[in-house]
Design a protein around this ligand. Structure first.
Ligand code: ASP
Length: 335
């Protein structure tokens, strides 16, 4: 009841921009490039344009694959790989660094039709963690492999190895020098419905800037940062991972839909604006259900995000991208 009151207390005007929904017909893809203290004043027009065009390139690539009938898992991994290779985002190249100045990467993927999932954590030399997460799902009896063990498994599956410094960009090195003041987060995620009507989710990250060596966040924890179930929704999260682990955010969105009978929209709002706000846990999520309902919901200042699909009402294919939230939205925990 307490969270419900809190949820209801959220001003509707603020919800408008930090909480949008679409309804798609047929296959659709939704991506995020991280949530956090993303405010217009920190970005030049040129930077905004390059984030926007990166999101669009990835949405177009994913949607084209869906239209060609590729399985949703191929599309999730392809989109995550493009996001990981793009230095603008906190995953793969461009990932944040830990307190010791090295990059440790986490990723996971999940198939909502079979509930099969794969995840990796603490990688230091694998160029594309999302591909390895998929291989854990497809080629081991396990769900999560970590660190050296995950990397030695990668050798058996011909993954591309890189030096740890490959992931570092001048921007991240600069941030590392200032990380105590910065408190920045990021992460990338994909949720989609494929041409067969199945739901898929995947998430990939460098974690939190200045994290302790060995720290694992929500992203590779199935149910925390990633979850997909055809009977509920495919969900990918971004934000302060410890809160998302403790609250099992991605699974909780599913559980509220299935056990409380909430819509995707209601469920995502209650988890982000109710449960997380109550704890001052900062972040957001993207989600899609089997009826083509899509939501993005975040309690931070902004979230890099985009969606592409055929709108149910107009039957027109729409691509929509956005970065910032409502500028009057209160910062929940200082990001
Ligand atoms: N959730 C990620 C983590 O805690 C970080 C992020 O989304 O920015 O590792």
């Amino acid at each position: 009841m307490r969270f419900l009151l809190l949820f209801l207390a959220v001003p509707l005007a603020s919800l408008a921009q930090n909480h949008e929904q679409f309804v798609f017909d047929g296959p659709a893809v939704v991506i995020h490039g991280g949530a956090g203290g993303i405010e217009r004043k920190y970005y030049t027009e040129e930077q905004i344009a390059s984030y926007d065009s990166s999101l669009r390139v990835i949405l177009n690539a994913g949607y084209a694959m869906l239209e060609e009938g590729h399985t949703g898992m191929d599309v999730v991994v392809h989109c995550l790989t493009l996001l990981e290779n793009n230095p603008l985002f906190n995953a793969g190249k461009g990932a944040v660094v830990n307190a010791e100045g090295t990059v440790e990467l986490d990723a996971s993927v999940m198939n909502g039709a079979t509930k099969k999932a794969g995840a990796v954590a603490g990688l230091r030399h694998i160029k594309n963690p999302a591909k390895l997460a998929r291989d854990v799902m497809d080629h081991t009896p396990h769900v999560l492999l970590i660190g050296d063990g995950a990397e030695s498994f990668a050798k058996t599956r011909s993954h591309e190895f890189v030096e740890n410094k490959y992931f570092l960009t001048p921007k991240r090195e600069g941030q590392y020098q200032r990380w105590k003041e910065m408190k920045k987060n990021g992460t990338v995620g994909v949720v989609l419905k494929d041409a067969q009507g199945d739901l898929y989710a995947g998430t990939s990250t460098g974690g939190m800037m200045g994290k302790q060596y060995g720290r694992v966040g929500d992203v590779p924890i199935i149910g925390a940062g990633t979850y997909a179930d055809n009977n509920g929704a495919a969900v990918s999260c971004t934000g302060h991972g410890e809160y998302f682990i403790r609250e099992n955010v991605a699974f909780q969105v599913n559980a509220r839909m299935q056990y409380e009978g909430l819509t995707l929209e209601e469920s995502a709002s209650r988890v982000i604006f109710g449960v997380l706000n109550e704890e001052a846990g900062n972040g957001g999520l993207i989600a899609i259900d089997a009826n083509g309902n899509v939501t993005w919901t975040f309690n931070s200042k902004g979230m890099f995000r985009g969606a592409k699909g055929k709108m149910k009402e107009s039957q027109k294919v729409m691509i929509h991208t956005d970065i910032f939230g409502d500028p009057t939205w209160p910062e929940q925990c200082g990001f």
